[in-house]
Each structure stands twice: as C-alpha cells, then as structure tokens.
Write a protein of this length. Structure first.
Length: 118
C-alpha cells in the first residue's frame, strides 16, 4: 500500500499557498458562473412569456422557491431540473444552453433580447 501518515502530521501541514496577485482576477472581472448565466436566461424567457414564477414552477413540477433560486443563480440545477424548467417555458433545453453559451462567449453580459433559434 503506501506509507501511513499519522493524523497529527497531516493536521500540521501548511495550507496551499495563494496564487500570486498577477494570477488573481479582480472581483469585477471574474467570469460569471454557468448557473448564473443559465438562471438569467430562464428568468428572461419566463418574463418574455409574461409568466408568473409560481405558474412556471408548477408546470415544471418544482417549488416557486427553487425556481427563484435557479433564476438568481443560487442553485446548480441537475439536467432533469433544467429540462423541466425549459419544458415549462416551452423552450428546448438546447436553446437555453445555446443562449447561455452565447452569453458566456460575450463574457456573461450584457444580455441581449430573448431570441430563439429558428
């Protein structure tokens, strides 16, 4: 197997060093997270339809609180939950992925109008 390291020795190890300042991105330049970009697109699509949060959540089979957290980028949805939200909005999952990808390619924003592919 390998060498057994006593628990006391492992606790004394120093934390990993922080990256040098030149490699750290300032907060205002940080890339947006995937869940934030997808969430904004879900919210944009829901609002473009004129739907209330509760109505879309009911059609998707999730709580309004969970859908709200998705839209605000607080939750990382499973593929099943994302597909359910997309279906409740009448949009193919691939379209939400395409829109989010386009947003990320532009640096996460600004968002353009909600345009669905033909």
């Amino acid at each position: 197997m390998g060498e057994v390291i006593p628990l006391e020795s492992r606790r004394r190890s120093a934390p990993a060093p922080a990256p040098p300042p030149s490699l750290r991105a300032p907060a205002e330049e940080a890339e947006p997270l995937w869940r934030e970009v997808v969430g904004r697109r879900l919210r944009d699509l829901r609002r473009a339809r004129g739907d209330r949060l509760a109505d879309t959540a009911q059609r998707a089979g999730m709580s309004p609180q969970y859908l709200s957290e998705l839209e605000r980028g607080r939750k990382d949805p499973s593929s099943e939950m994302l597909a359910a939200a997309a279906g409740a909005l009448g949009v193919p999952l691939r379209e939400i992925v395409r829109l989010a990808h386009a947003d990320l390619a532009r640096g996460g924003g600004p968002r353009g109008p909600v345009l669905l592919a033909a």
